[in-house]
Design a protein around this ligand. Structure first.
Ligand code: NAP
Ligand code: F7E
Length: 327
């Protein structure tokens, strides 16, 4: 199959391209040009990178997308590109809407024009549920986004639903809850914690400054979640699916688990600063992925404890390697 992945240089793009390339699919990625000619997470895996066909483009530039779609005529499209950092969406709301809403519209229009028989996946998010009033959230939960990012993902979600209903296209939404990995961006709270715990353990740093420790999230493993994306497009009809573990932990739990894995007492090192708190936060999320489990046969394979340890161990390997080089 011919596949186009937008956002291929990000965390999920890495795991998804690895999964699809290993099956012999022809994987094309859309990458934004930058002055360093760097390719994000893909630079950590030259073997994978050599199997991919990368095209310069930007989801806000419809012309660039048309050129790529016209050349590839993809069977499947995974639209993962986004300004994905919620905190940043408060500082740059217009850019967030431009990339996440207009960019999604552009991707859908190029898809409709050049691959109307194909299948399209949109990376929606649990952030669209926002101010939740139920113990767990599923596909029928009323959306109440709490940030420009959440609003943009809700708009993208309904644009996908609308194109499916209006034009009969195969467009599916994955409503994914938080998912992490050793390749998670360093500003997201899980990676910020795993990296800081390791640096404190190695004596490179002495403290970690965070925002809201009471915030609760349903955290899973990215490699499990990209498998769900594939299953969503394999399914017999286009539809929307919540993907989540069904377990919730606080930021404090994450800190405690990461630090204790390295034999550290987190209370001696962690401080709270208002500057990391958001004007409005999503305080609690727990996904109910019964529909995906029943119809797609999907389930997560990595527990919360395993995820935290995996991230800390990977950072320990990375940072101690760097430290040795520097010594
Ligand atoms: P990520 O690591 O932040 O990756 C985002 C990707 O989008 C990067 O490859 C980035 O390219 C690309 N991108 C940003 N703006 C672009 C533009 N204008 N044109 C082309 N590409 C652009 O995000 P992720 O964690 O892999 O998440 C993948 C998708 O799932 C995102 O849409 C995110 O919003 C959504 N999502 C994530 C989670 C989660 O917990 N991870 C949960 C629900 C939904 P650069 O490398 O050039 O920056
Ligand atoms: O924050 C709190 C923060 O930035 C998680 C994205 O992938 O998942 C992600 O969005 C929680 C929030 O992720 C710090 O206030 C405390 O309550 O890791 P995060 P997020 O905002 O949940 C969703 C599903 C997506 O779709 C997004 O693309 O942790 N928190 N102290 C902090 N967060 C950060 N980043 N930094 C802190 O110092």
């Amino acid at each position: 199959m011919k596949i186009i992945i937008s956002g291929i240089t990000g965390q999920d793009g890495y795991y998804l391209s690895r999964l699809l390339a290993s099956k012999g699919d022809q994987v094309h990625g859309i990458v934004r040009r930058n002055s360093q000619k760097s390719f994000g997470v893909l630079d950590t895996d030259p073997e994978l990178k050599s199997k991919l066909k990368l095209h310069y483009g930007d989801v806000t530039d419809k012309h660039s997308l048309d050129t790529i779609f016209k050349e590839v005529r993809p069977d499947r499209v995974y639209h993962l590109a986004a300004q994905s950092f919620v905190q940043e969406s408060w500082s740059n709301p217009e850019l967030t809407y431009e990339i996440n809403i207009k960019g999604t519209l552009n991707m859908l229009n190029s898809f409709r024009e050049y691959s109307p028989e194909g299948r399209f996946y949109f990376a929606s998010s649990s952030e669209m549920f926002g101010k939740v009033e139920t113990k767990s959230q599923d596909e029928k939960t009323f959306p109440w986004p709490r940030s420009p990012y959440g609003i943009s993902k809700l708009a993208g979600f309904y644009t996908g639903v609308n194109y499916r209903e209006a034009y009969g296209l195969f467009v599916s939404n994955g409503i994914l809850f938080n998912h992490e990995s050793p390749h998670r961006g360093e500003e997201f709270v899980t990676r910020k914690i795993s990296l800081a715990a390791v640096k404190i353990h190695l004596g490179v740093e002495s403290e970690l400054v965070l925002g809201n420790l009471d915030s609760q999230r349903d955290w899973g493993y990215s490699a499990d979640y990209v498998k769900a994306m594939e299953l969503i497009l394999d399914y017999e009809r286009p539809d929307d699916f919540v993907i989540a573990t069904g377990e919730t932990h606080s930021v404090r739990d994450f800190v405690q688990t990461a630090f204790s894995h390295l034999g550290l007492d987190w209370k001696k090192h962690v401080k709270v600063d208002e500057k990391y708190k958001r004007p409005a936060d999503v305080s609690y999320l727990r996904g109910d992925s019964s529909k995906a489990r029943k119809l797609l046969g999907w389930k997560p394979t990595v527990s919360f404890q395993e995820l935290v340890k995996m991230m800390v161990d990977a950072d320990l390997k990375r940072v101690s390697g760097q430290k040795k080089k520097a010594e």
